[in-house]
Write a protein that binds this ligand. Structure first.
Ligand code: NAD
Length: 371
């Protein structure tokens, strides 16, 4: 399949930029999916893709996902993503990321980058040397640092909204919550859940993390094979994707699935199956948008208080998805897409009524995202 056919297949992207520097060995692709709501924001992934086609498919899918995530989060951001083809363990250097920064800069703020799988805050510092269009830079540079506590706080809000929908109360006191994965998001989530009075069951492949969290919070530990089938009220997946699949779907004993992991449904049909089983699924990209909200606040001039304030909105966003699901008699995963698409269409139309601004030269981040 040629690149244009792939762009058509994976989401009608506005712009795809192939970045190449032969001397430095830079091969990167930046995909701007949709800017109806604002500049396209999404991280830069560095990965040892086997083929260039694999890299293109990844960046096209991920950038479209960012459009939906930002739209459903109620942010004035569009969706974009970048991939650098290469081994993050051996092929990283300052020049590579500065050269990449040049390409980001050439898009004049239409695309704003951040760190992602395979890239670090230090890599973003190098990008920042060449372009202001980067978020997630260190706090010393006015950045927002680690987004995980904000992601976890948003997940807590998503869990509370789901509890309110399923159990008629958003109090988590005495609620049994299973947390799969105790990394950056999972460990912060456990802390918040304990503060809410929930009973926690945990599992991680890393036994040191399990011990630390069990000792610190009195959480009950089970094996990684047991966690998804454990008797509980709420499952909060915070490890890897595709945990709802043909093998696991009959194991769940919970009434709610609401967690931080990306791409929890192996396929969309698993969302429909959960609905048939009476398990309420809070769509992952609506629940885990707290980290994106945090970098959005960075664009305005960072304040942790405002970032936490923003992550509280996840509660209403998840509730809105449940409303649409009931209104249109569709699965919550489909309802989330509908919320995003409706917002893009509505705001896209509004923007057509303000042509006066389009001729301005934008010089600051704030002006650009307010477009
Ligand atoms: P992380 O790498 O810090 O933590 C992941 C944890 O999951 C690790 O402790 C790992 O040992 C554990 N794990 C892996 N496989 C497991 C298994 N089979 N069973 C149990 N535990 C397992 O990652 P993170 O930043 O905490 O992110 C967790 C998830 O949330 C990912 O899917 C990520 O894409 C998503 N997410 C993270 C953020 C963020 O701000 N960090 C934002 C949005 C979405």
């Amino acid at each position: 399949m040629g690149p244009f056919e792939m762009i058509t297949k994976y989401g009608e992207h506005e712009e795809v930029l192939f970045c190449h520097d032969k001397n430095l060995g830079l091969k990167a692709i930046i995909a701007v999916h949709n800017t109806a709501l604002g500049p396209a924001l999404g991280g830069t992934r560095m990965w040892n893709y086997k083929t260039e086609e694999e890299a293109l498919v990844d960046v096209l899918r991920l950038s479209k996902g960012m459009t939906y995530k930002a739209a459903a989060a109620g942010l004035n951001l569009g969706g974009g993503k970048a991939v650098i083809i290469g081994d993050p363990k051996t092929q990283k250097n300052e020049a590579l990321f500065r050269a990449f920064g040049h390409f980001v800069n050439s898009l004049n703020g239409k695309y704003i980058t951040a760190e992602d799988v395979g890239t670090s805050v230090q890599d973003m510092e190098h990008v920042f040397m060449e372009t202001p269009w980067v978020t997630g830079i260190p706090k010393d540079f006015g950045g927002s640092g680690d987004p995980s506590p904000y992601t976890a706080h948003g997940v807590l809000m998503g869990i509370k909204a789901s509890a309110s929908e399923k159990f008629g109360t958003d109090s988590l006191k005495g609620m049994r919550v299973a947390v799969q994965g105790l990394g950056n998001v999972g460990s912060n989530l456990v802390k918040y859940l304990v503060e809410e009075g929930a009973q926690i069951i945990v599992a991680d492949i890393d036994q040191n993390r399990v011990k630390k969290i069990s000792d610190q919070y009195g959480a009950k530990a089970v094996s990684v094979d047991e966690i998804l089938g454990v008797d509980c009220d709420i499952q909060a997946p915070c490890a890897m994707g595709a945990i709802v699949n043909d093998q696991t779907i009959t194991k769940f004993k919970c009434k709610v699935i609401a967690g931080g992991a990306n791409n929890q449904l192996a396929e969309a049909r698993h969302g429909d199956q959960l609905r048939e089983l009476g398990i309420l699924y809070a769509p992952d990209y609506v629940v885990n948008a707290g980290g994106l909200m945090n970098v959005f606040v960075e664009l305005e001039g960072y304040s942790p208080e405002r970032a936490f304030e923003k992550t509280r909105k996840v509660y209403d966003n998840v509730k809105r998805v449940f409303e649409i699901s009931k209104r249109d008699n569709i699965g919550t995963h489909t309802a989330a897409d509908r919320v995003a698409e409706e917002r893009i269409a509505t705001i896209g139309r509004l923007k057509q009524r303000h042509p006066g601004k389009s001729s301005r030269t934008f010089t600051t981040l704030r002006e650009v995202y307010n477009r």
